[in-house]
Design a protein around this ligand. Structure first.
Ligand SMILES: [Zn+2]
Length: 255
């Protein structure tokens, strides 16, 4: 069995020993593929540093997180664009719109999102979308930018069945994480009604820890609890969920 964590910030752990333990616990739980999004210019070396240590497990993504779109966003984008041409990467991300913390830079967030979608199209890469309190704004950009090349993952999907179907209809996979294990979030019922063919799994570690470790820092090895919950909602077994969601991740990332 191979499970794929399509979105983890495991590189935030900089202690070599603790890092090795995190990786070992992933292997113990059959989580053998980790996709790493940076968030800004300063996190670029962290992503490539972790990948250099574990090249057979770690796959980098590059982008400017919408919460990092501040006054210096154009300089940040320049640094990230350089990194795209110096390293092999597997997606542009995480990119998108976040109106939960701060709405002041909405215009710049949209500009940065569109510019990075342009990189993805030019490089024929998928995008990894971060969206918080901004579904309509993100969806509008996706419709405007839609062409035969634009594809990717809607990371940390937590919306309604209608929103899920809108994304599936334009060729996006839904990134399902720890929220599916939360009582009252309602995501489990949405997951029960969509095909496994449209789902990839993720932890977003160290955030959004699944039950039974909710309240503690998240780690990629906990992907197993997310996969188990998805299996339960889909009325199937863990092996089937692992096989289909890993196959989906291979289709989207090309590896
Ligand atoms: Zn993230």
């Amino acid at each position: 069995m191979v499970l794929t964590d399509t979105h983890t910030h495991l590189y935030y752990e900089t202690d070599e020993v603790k890092r090795a333990l995190l990786i070992q616990r992933c292997k113990d739980n059959s989580i053998n593929r980790l996709f790493l999004p940076n968030v800004d210019a300063s996190s670029i070396p962290m992503v490539f540093g972790l990948q250099a240590s574990y090249p057979d497990m770690c796959y980098p993504m590059m982008g400017l997180h919408p919460c990092s779109v501040k006054e210096t966003w154009e300089e940040e984008l320049e640094a990230i664009e350089q990194a795209l041409h110096q390293h092999k990467i597997y997606a542009i991300g995480e990119i998108g719109i976040d109106l939960y913390w701060d709405k002041t830079h909405l215009t710049e967030q949209i500009q940065a999102f569109k510019k990075q979608i342009g990189w993805a199209k030019a490089l024929k890469l998928p995008i990894d979308i971060h969206c918080r309190d901004a579904f309509d704004e993100v969806y509008e950009v996706l419709l405007q930018e839609q062409d035969n090349d634009l594809r990717g993952i809607f990371h940390c999907f937590g919306g309604t069945l209608e929103q899920a179907n809108k994304l599936i209809d334009i060729g996006f996979y839904l990134g399902i994480g720890g929220v599916v294990t939360y009582k009252n979030a309602g995501l489990d019922k949405v997951v029960a009604q969509i095909s496994l063919d449209n789902i990839v799994l993720e932890t977003d570690s160290p955030y959004l820890t699944p039950v039974p470790y909710r309240g503690k820092p998240n780690e990629s090895s906990y992907l197993i609890y997310i996969a188990q919950k998805v299996a339960e909602m889909q009325q199937t077994d863990l092996e089937t969920v692992a096989a289909i969601t890993t196959e989906n991740s291979k289709k989207v990332f090309g590896i």
